[in-house]
Design a binder for this molecule. Structure first.
Ligand code: CMC
Length: 392
């Protein structure tokens, strides 16, 4: 073989060309298909952003209506899938349930897509956009021990998700709170894509073997689960709770985060690419204040979070390493105010990231990218003689 360039964690390796998301980590800029994240979060709906990411342009009203009409037609999840859900204990982590159910969709909706056919490609994408929110709602209802609830075709995409998640079996109607709806729209938009992060790279690499769309997405969900990636939103709230219970001593935890002997990290801080403010964190911090205010929720961990942020931004350890709050630092505080349990936070991230994963998978297949197959530098033993088991 030729000379191998070693780059653990792919810190300096571009894995593909992509026209979907622009990210400038030095300046803290994020754009989907050329539109600034700030403007999209403020003005667009999540479904519009999904269309933009996947198909490249903002939809006309007619295109958006057609997309949603097609989604509604596909929003039924096979009855047998419920048996799979029933098989999980209530204590199962929702991310494990979600990735399993997404994978199980393959049994009922063959996902081997002929990418030469626009129609097959479109149908697979629609199916996933339609069924995934149902699975998300199921994972929550499982946690809450509530019977499954089906969608309401009179509602828009995000409001329908809220109803599927939260309508209690005792109430006849479920009223959408516009504050909750708009906060969720914004959060989902902010999570919708982030170029070649760990889960997206996973989706692309699994898809590069021509495994189907659902299988690739299921793998992406598993990658997202970890606390260094999407699982950080759950880890942040757990950390803030711990600090609160420990008397709110933020200095002590700052000390732990800086101590190289201590494995503790300040969750929700630092990013592989952003060496400046994560633009999503800025929007989410503002939104957390607004949402808590509008919903009349007082959450003491918000003050702890703000205190930690302030201390970190003035501390040379964090300043020298350019560690800033990332997207996960304040998002959990909003999810919590919306009534979403902590274990569901990363599921909400997955719901938001779905369009990005789909867009990246589609681009990868349309560009006919080769199978992803990195090399290695071998560091093991040279050739050895086999020793019989009695002589070892
Ligand atoms: N707390 C304390 N020290 C940190 C932190 C942190 N959160 N993040 C990085 N560092 C230190 C790290 O110890 C290292 O120090 P030194 O140079 O002295 O060895 C330096 O900063 C560089 O860190 P790294 O681990 O080499 O950087 P990375 O690019 O491999 O990791 C990261 C990026 C996001 C995994 C990391 O910053 C981290 O673990 N953060 C906490 C988890 C988190 O919030 N993850 C969410 C990421 S954003 C959205 C998402 O993907 O979901």
């Amino acid at each position: 073989g030729g000379l191998i360039t070693l780059d653990p964690g792919y810190k300096n390796t571009g894995s593909c060309k992509s026209a979907i998301t622009f990210l400038n980590g030095e300046e803290g800029i994020l754009r989907y298909r050329g539109y600034s994240i700030e403007e999209l979060a403020d003005k667009a709906s999540f479904l519009e952003v999904a269309y933009l990411l996947i198909f490249g342009e903002l939809p006309t009203q007619e295109q958006l209506d057609k997309l949603y009409k097609d989604i509604k037609k596909e929003s039924h999840v096979d009855e047998e899938m419920k048996k799979i859900l029933d098989g999980f204990p209530k204590s199962a982590h929702p991310m494990g349930v979600l990735s399993s159910l997404t994978s199980a969709l393959i049994a009922f909706n063959p996902s081997a897509v002929n990418v030469e056919s626009d129609e097959e490609m479109y149908n697979a994408i629609i199916k996933l956009l339609a069924k995934f929110p149902v699975l998300v709602a199921w994972t929550l209802r499982k946690k809450n021990g509530q019977p499954l609830d089906y969608g309401d075709s009179s509602l828009d995409y995000v409001d329908n998700i809220l109803k599927m998640m939260f309508k209690s079996p005792h109430e006849e109607h479920y009223d959408i709170d516009p504050v909750v709806s708009s906060a969720l729209n914004k959060l989902l938009i902010l999570h919708a894509d982030h170029e070649q992060n760990c889960s997206t790279s996973t989706v692309r690499i699994v898809g590069s073997s021509h495994a189907g769309l659902f299988a690739s997405i299921s793998a992406g969900i598993s990658a997202l689960w970890g606390p260094l990636h999407g699982g950080a939103n759950q880890a942040v709230i757990e950390m803030l709770e711990n600090i609160k219970e420990d008397g709110g001593d933020t200095k002590k935890y700052m000390g732990k985060a800086k101590d190289k002997e201590d494995p503790f990290r300040l969750m929700g801080f630092g990013h592989r690419v952003y060496k400046n403010f994560d633009p999503r964190a800025k929007i989410i911090k503002k939104s957390a204040d607004q949402v808590l205010d509008q919903l009349g929720v007082e959450d003491p961990v918000l003050d702890i979070a703000k205190g930690l942020e302030k201390e970190a931004l003035e501390d040379s350890y964090f300043v020298d390493r350019k560690l800033y709050p990332n997207v996960d630092f304040y998002s959990g505080i909003i999810y919590r105010a919306l009534g979403i349990p902590t274990e569901m936070f990363t599921v909400m991230f997955a719901l938001g990231r779905l369009p990005g994963w789909i867009a990246q998978w589609r681009e990868m297949r349309l560009e006919k990218e080769p199978i992803g197959r990195p090399r290695q530098v071998y560091t093991g033993e040279n050739l050895r003689d086999f020793k019989d088991i009695s002589k070892r």
